[in-house]
Write a protein that binds this ligand. Structure first.
Ligand SMILES: [Zn+2]
Length: 483
């Protein structure tokens, strides 16, 4: 398929090899070279497409960013926007020198619209990865920080603020697992600057630093958003729910159900998330130095079990695998009990007048008592660990705070395709107060109509979802009984 680049085209889908749009006659290829094949995002006056490079023999994919003004190039706004877009393009070309930022391939002005063509990073973004494999552990969070902080250092040295660090904008390339930082939002920046929306906030709600929400982003604002990204990936809870607005502080620790985080990492995350700029890190380098300093051994919120979906090795020297410890203690307790049992047989012999085996009783009986004493001291600890396991199963935090439905479900379902769709539908339904129409579901989840319908039907047959009609419009609504 080829997608027509005209934003007003009523029927933009065209056959694979067409040169001109069948509906509006517009030229389909960008610069006679890049063919847009799929629209993947739109907002304001910008749109993003996946394209293919027809000049290269293997037809590699590329990302095409389009920017247009409402008057299509006729006003002075447009001249200003063109100039700004050119500046953004130069900047992106410089940034593309970093191996973990997509290369800028081309910059065009075609039919009164501006275009940037960038290297396409084929892989999953971290939001998709989170939905698939569940919460990240300390090792994964450290890997993320150690990968992204040097990129931030690189762009900050070039006086660029990313403005929109979030899981969706970090992509893990399929080929080699390399993490990429994407979406430097040239179109968003130009829209804000040229259309008189001076107070326009660029960024995503929930991930924005306080100063960024009033239009005063600094380099530390990117570090703050990276901190929010980390605590979201650790807990799979939306940033809004991780912030206690009454107390004005982040409460991400309450939501660490089956995860342990070393004291050092916890302190780094807290400092990334400080509200006052003065108490936050000032550079990416400072964070890296703090992170790489000798590892601490203390543990925040120790809990015994490992996530059922993403069991990963605990980083040695950082965390104590609680299960191993518990098993060892149970083993010792049983051994003492068995020795004690032999001691009781000794008592029986003493009663029968057998002095030697009776004496044995004194030794083993003593051990039996010792076993009991050890039990008295061990059992409370074991009970506490069992409680932590039960809390993890019920999905409540140490303080009894119920965790989001989706978090619990994402951790227990096997990640097959239907379940992934079901999880996305659940989240969408939750955001809409527990019910959805098929159209809303397709819009919110960006999953195809037939997949959404098939999954909803399956959920209805399992009693998870019931069908009703909207009393006013008559539209079929799927009510999620869970909510
Ligand atoms: Zn068209």
């Amino acid at each position: 398929m080829t997608v027509c680049l005209n934003p007003h085209c009523p029927q933009p889908n065209n056959p694979d090899r067409s040169q001109f749009c069948q509906t509006c006659g517009a030229k389909l290829l960008l610069g006679d070279r890049y063919r847009p094949v799929k629209l993947i995002g739109s907002g304001g006056f910008g749109r993003t497409f996946v394209g293919v490079d027809e000049y290269k023999p293997s037809h590699p994919r590329c990302a095409i960013e389009q920017f247009y003004t409402p008057d299509e190039g006729r006003s002075s706004h447009y001249q200003k926007a063109c100039e700004l877009f050119r500046q953004q393009a130069i900047r992106l070309e410089q940034l593309g020198q970093h191996p973990q930022i997509p290369d800028l391939l081309a910059h065009f002005d075609q039919e009164g619209r501006q275009y940037l063509v960038q290297e396409f990073v084929d892989g999953q973004n971290l939001a998709e990865e989170l939905a698939l494999t569940g919460t990240f552990d300390e090792r994964q969070i450290r890997e993320l920080l150690e990968n992204i902080l040097p990129i931030l250092e690189f762009i900050h040295e070039r006086e660029v603020i990313h403005h929109d660090i979030k899981p969706e904008n970090i992509i893990r390339r399929d080929r080699d697992g390399q993490l990429f930082l994407v979406d430097f939002g040239a179109a968003k920046a130009v829209t804000a600057a040229t259309l008189g929306h001076t107070g326009t906030v660029i960024g995503s709600a929930g991930y924005c630093a306080p100063e960024q929400t009033i239009g005063k982003a600094t380099f530390a604002s990117d570090l703050y958003s990276l901190g929010v990204t980390c605590v979201h990936l650790l807990t799979q809870i939306e940033p809004f729910d991780l912030f206690d607005s009454r107390e004005g502080k982040w409460v991400w620790r309450d939501y660490l159900v089956d995860r342990t985080v070393s004291d050092r990492l916890a302190r780094v995350l807290d400092k990334l998330l400080e509200n006052p700029l003065s108490r936050r890190y000032h550079s990416a380098r400072e964070v890296l130095q703090n992170l790489q300093h000798s590892p601490a051994r203390a543990i925040v919120n120790p809990a015994p079990s490992v996530s059922p979906i993403a069991p990963s090795p605990s980083p040695r020297g950082e965390l104590v695998p609680a299960d191993e410890d518990l098993q060892k203690r149970i083993g010792t307790s049983y051994l003492l009990w068995v020795v004690g049992w032999v001691g009781i047989s000794g008592l029986h012999r003493l009663y029968n007048g057998k002095i030697f085996s009776g004496a044995l009783w004194f030794c083993t009986g003593g051990l039996f008592g010792l076993g009991q004493i050890v039990d008295v001291f061990l059992i409370p600890g074991m009970a506490e660990e069992q409680q932590a396991k039960i809390r993890a199963k019920l999905g409540i935090s140490e303080r009894g705070i119920p965790l989001n439905q989706q978090a619990a479900i994402a951790q227990t379902l096997t990640p097959n395709r239907h379940d992934q769709i079901a999880i996305k539908l659940l989240k969408a339904a939750q955001a809409r107060g527990g019910q959805l129409s098929v159209t809303q579901a397709v819009m919110d989840t960006e999953i195809g109509f037939s997949d959404v319908e098939a999954t909803l039907t399956k959920m209805v047959s399992s009693g998870y979802v019931s069908i009703e009609n909207d009393p006013i419009t008559g539209v079929v609504l799927y009510r999620f009984n869970e909510f």
